[in-house]
Design a protein around this ligand. Structure first.
Ligand code: AMP
Ligand code: ZN
Length: 111
């Protein structure tokens, strides 16, 4: 998707504060953090949202989920963390490239 901001971050065309990457995912700091730690975990392939997921993506999704506690520990979140996936306009999704928000820290507010 040539007009997708997160695809441009993956391609290195738009800068981002990356903290982790491998052959399937890229992880970077949210530009407008809602807590001391606020990361976005995105797949390298363009999937607009959870609505795009097919059985062939199960391994990718599992990889993204299993990565979360490792990333949280690396960020010093020993007490736990929050994950959010906004889906569609009704779910508050603004960027239509699938991403998992990983949030944590002493300033994390409850719902
Ligand atoms: P969502 O509402 O789930 O689509 O969240 C999109 C998130 O992307 C928001 O938390 C934004 O602050 C974040 N964001 C937007 N542009 C950038 C960018 N260039 N680099 C990092 N994060 C971004
Ligand atoms: Zn994209």
């Amino acid at each position: 998707m040539s007009d997708c901001l997160f695809c441009k971050i993956i391609a290195g065309e738009v800068p981002a504060d990356k903290v982790y990457e491998d052959e399937r995912v890229v992880v970077f700091k949210d530009i407008n953090p809602k807590a001391r730690v606020h990361l976005l975990v995105i797949p390298r392939i363009h999937l607009a949202s959870l609505e795009d997921l097919e059985p062939e993506h199960d391994e990718l999704v599992g990889h993204m989920i299993r990565l979360l506690p490792k990333l949280a520990r690396e960020q010093g979140l020993e007490q736990g963390f929050r994950t959010i996936i906004n889906t569609g306009k009704g779910g508050g999704q603004i960027i239509f490239h699938l991403h998992i928000h990983l949030l944590g820290g002493p300033d994390l507010r409850g719902f």
